[in-house]
Design a binder for this molecule. Structure first.
Ligand SMILES: Cc1cc2nc3c(=O)[nH]c(=O)nc-3n(C[C@H](O)[C@H](O)[C@H](O)COP(=O)(O)O)c2cc1C
Length: 194
């Protein structure tokens, strides 16, 4: 029997009631229902300081950098949900990936790994502009395989049901389409001859 797809879910926000983390909760449930194995990684818990070359030279790379590389290496695919701050991905997310990119195993863990991006924001565009920058950062700079499909949840303050799901069926369908593309791509890459 084929092992379930391991999909690493990362939020670009460490805020307790983060809309992006809540969007990942919805995605995790959908992935689980589809037979995949969602795995969460809390970037805040990695406790990575802001990258500083002097700090790195004096103290080495923090353990959290390797923890992120290990999580990436163990995953068949990655799903990132990030807010935009001034139309840019969050410092939490960029800083974590910067630290991870300093580790020797990062390239092998990231190269060609399929990534789907989603975002959520109380604003109308749902963080869409940050995804454009994130796409470039992940694909061109770090070598991930970023999928064409993405999903931005605007008006996030009113988008969730009390139980945590998405209130509008059309938005759940849009999220599902991204997740389906991620699963299909990861499956194809795992079984290239199939
Ligand atoms: C410094 C800063 C800049 C922000 N810039 C934007 C922005 O450019 N576009 C937007 O839609 N929301 C922006 N916001 C609002 C965030 O989308 C909002 O705080 C959101 O709840 C953060 O995501 P989270 O709920 O996952 O923590 C900004 C918030 C902060 C703190």
């Amino acid at each position: 029997m084929t092992a379930p797809l391991r999909i690493l879910l990362i939020s670009g926000s460490a805020r307790r009631d983060s809309f992006n983390t809540r969007l990942l909760d919805v995605a995790a449930a959908r992935l689980h229902e589809a037979g995949a194995e969602p795995q969460r990684l809390d970037l805040g818990a990695l406790a990575l300081p802001i990258y500083d070359g002097d700090l790195e030279a004096a103290q080495g790379q923090p353990a959290g950098a390797q923890a992120l590389v290990d999580a990436l290496a163990a995953a068949d695919a990655l799903l990132i949900a990030s807010p935009e701050y001034n139309a840019f991905p969050t410092p939490l997310l960029i800083n974590a990936l910067d630290w991870a990119s300093r580790r020797p195993g990062f390239k092998a863990a990231a190269q060609g790994k399929p990534v789907a991006m989603v975002s959520a924001s109380p604003g109308t565009l749902g963080g869409l502009r940050g995804l454009l920058v994130l796409r470039n950062f992940l694909a061109v700079n770090l070598g991930f395989l970023v999928l064409p499909s993405q999903f931005a949840l605007g008006g996030a303050g009113k988008a969730f049901e009390a139980g945590g799901g998405l209130a509008e069926a059309a938005r759940l369908e849009a999220l599902d389409a991204v997740l389906a593309e991620l699963r299909a791509t990861a499956t194809a890459l795992r079984n290239p001859a199939a």
